[in-house]
Design a protein around this ligand. Structure first.
Ligand SMILES: [Zn+2]
Length: 524
């Protein structure tokens, strides 16, 4: 049997313990047919074989991002990019250019500005934005995501005026006569976001198509697509039917959208190696950044609050029975220790018989832990799905040490301890909240700045994005490593992540992405 595609003269990190390294790979149709030395693979090269010479570059199994909001990521790509703007003038010019192509009344959303880089040495105001776009509502998010500036139209739509009081945990900047300046801080930014209309199906389809390209460029060959909007299921369906998905998709829908009929129709039609409706996510609590994560003791920087559960244990029981009844994977978003405890209480309940059936229940984030919770997770064979870039942000952007106090912060995302205790940890980006880059995620997990003792090795981090990630969707026998019989999902990297200083892993480039034997991205 001759190969359709042969990758030669590379450094193949297979993630297969019985053959960890190789020089070349042969692919026939969508599968790997041989992994070995150059001399072995060359035997399978015929006249019609496409040969790609790697020149010593590193090959890894295609990355699996276990938590990405593809449609929202695409929406973000349609936003005005204000990174690197050197002045308010420049910001206005970028908005003006963008506004030309935007229909009347449509919101203009931007992100990435930083007043510290502005020649004017001040915060932008509503009046600056009014000059660039008086008619379309405009909201521009700061580079740190904690504040935004809006124009007068946006303030009007949100009903923010001289009389509006600050919401809890938020500030509406005001000037003389209590006139809002347009700058909104922390929770006050939600006053705007909640009036931005949900995207139409056409907008979502356009956004998702843009995101698809970027995902392929990142070397990601499977996404666990976390759905946010009802129209997204149909968008995924259409992209799939049109052959426009450059990666495999494992769909996870939020329990609020879990309609037996819609999901089961999709699951039966699309349950194949390319696309599968896999799981339903219950949100047990919110996020540390917004102090909505449910903690067992009050927040260090807000002693009157310890967050709250979004779903009682009884409700979680009912929902999980329904999810499992539909033969779907149970996924629980739980950030605070109280939420993780509640999730485990449901999972441990004897009537569920969870462990016996190998349901691979996932806890997304599982951020604030302690040794008791970790032991219980190991016992129940729970899969923990983390987003390594979030770990860095919790400390550096959201000052987790103040929010939780030193003692609890020590147990925030204790990746190494989880692995040592035998808990399966898998990784994703949570893009667009964090950058998409799996290599950036590997760097964050390895070169941890805060509590570095919880950092993992390069191999452990690679597993989280490949073989173990495949396990999280019951697919470790078909993908996640480079071995004979598995799907030919592969990423070629400019160099080996083992060979660079840990804090430079994120700068390694992805040169080629192959999905099912098809080149979906090539840097050249
Ligand atoms: Zn998310």
């Amino acid at each position: 049997m001759l190969a359709d595609l042969a990758l030669m003269e590379g450094k193949i990190l297979t993630m297969n313990p019985s053959q960890p390294c190789a020089e070349a790979v042969a692919i026939k149709r969508d599968k790997i047919i041989k992994v070995g030395a150059n001399e072995e693979i060359v035997q399978l090269v015929g006249r019609k074989t496409r040969v790609i010479r790697l020149d010593g570059k590193t090959v890894v199994p295609g990355f699996i991002d276990t938590h990405i909001h593809v449609a929202d990521f695409g929406r973000l790509l349609t936003w005005v990019d204000l990174r690197g703007a050197k002045s308010i003038r420049e910001m206005q010019t970028r908005i003006l250019e963008h506004a030309r192509a935007v229909p009347a009344k449509r919101w203009i959303i931007g992100r990435g500005w930083d007043q510290n880089c502005f020649a004017e040495l001040r915060l932008p105001t509503r009046y600056d934005l009014d000059e660039a776009s008086p008619d379309n509502p405009v909201v521009l998010y700061h580079e740190n995501g904690k504040l935004c500036v809006v124009n007068s139209k946006a303030l009007e739509i949100a009903g923010i005026n001289v009389d509006t009081r600050n919401p809890p945990d938020g500030v509406i900047d005001k000037q003389a006569a209590d006139e809002p300046t347009g700058v909104l801080r922390n929770a006050a930014t939600n006053l705007i976001w909640r009036v931005v209309p949900a995207p139409s199906e056409d907008e979502l389809a356009d956004a998702a198509a843009r995101a698809c390209k970027k995902v392929a460029e990142a070397g990601v060959t499977t996404v666990h697509w976390m759905v946010l909007y009802p129209a997204e299921l149909s968008v995924i369906h259409k992209l799939y039917k049109a052959g426009k998905l450059p990666f495999r998709v494992y769909v996870i829908v939020p329990s609020q959208l879990f309609d037996d009929l819609a999901v089961s129709t999709l699951s039966s039609e699309l349950g194949n190696a390319f696309m599968k409706v896999g799981g339903v996510e219950i949100s047990a609590d919110g996020y540390l950044a917004a102090r909505t994560a449910a903690l067992s003791k009050p927040y260090g920087d807000c002693p009157s609050s310890s967050g709250q559960l979004l779903c009682s244990i009884d409700e979680m029981h009912t929902l999980s029975a329904k999810i499992r009844g539909a033969n779907l994977q149970l996924v629980i978003h739980a950030v605070g220790d109280r939420a993780v405890d509640a999730a485990l209480t449901v999972i441990e309940s004897p009537s569920e018989g969870f462990v016996k059936n190998d349901p691979r229940i996932r806890i997304e984030q599982a951020a604030v832990l302690n040794q008791e919770l970790i032991a219980r997770m190991a016992n129940q064979k729970v899969v923990v799905s983390v987003q390594p870039c979030v770990v860095g942000s919790e400390f550096s952007v959201w000052s987790a040490t103040e929010r939780l106090g030193m003692e609890r912060a020590r147990w925030l995302f204790p990746l190494k301890t989880l692995l040592k205790t035998g808990v399966k940890v898998v990784a994703g980006s949570d893009c667009p909240m964090e950058p998409l880059s799996p290599l950036g995620g590997i760097q964050a997990a390895v070169a941890r700045e805060f509590f570095p003792e919880e950092g993992v090795t390069v191999d452990e981090a690679l597993r989280m994005y490949t073989v173990d990630a495949a396990y999280a969707s019951f697919e470790e026998t078909v993908k996640g490593s480079i071995e004979v019989g598995k799907l030919a999902d592969i990423a070629v990297l400019s160099c080996d992540p083992h060979d660079v200083p840990p804090n430079e892993i994120g700068q390694i480039s992805v040169d080629l992405t192959v999905v099912g034997g098809r080149v979906v991205y090539s840097k050249r």
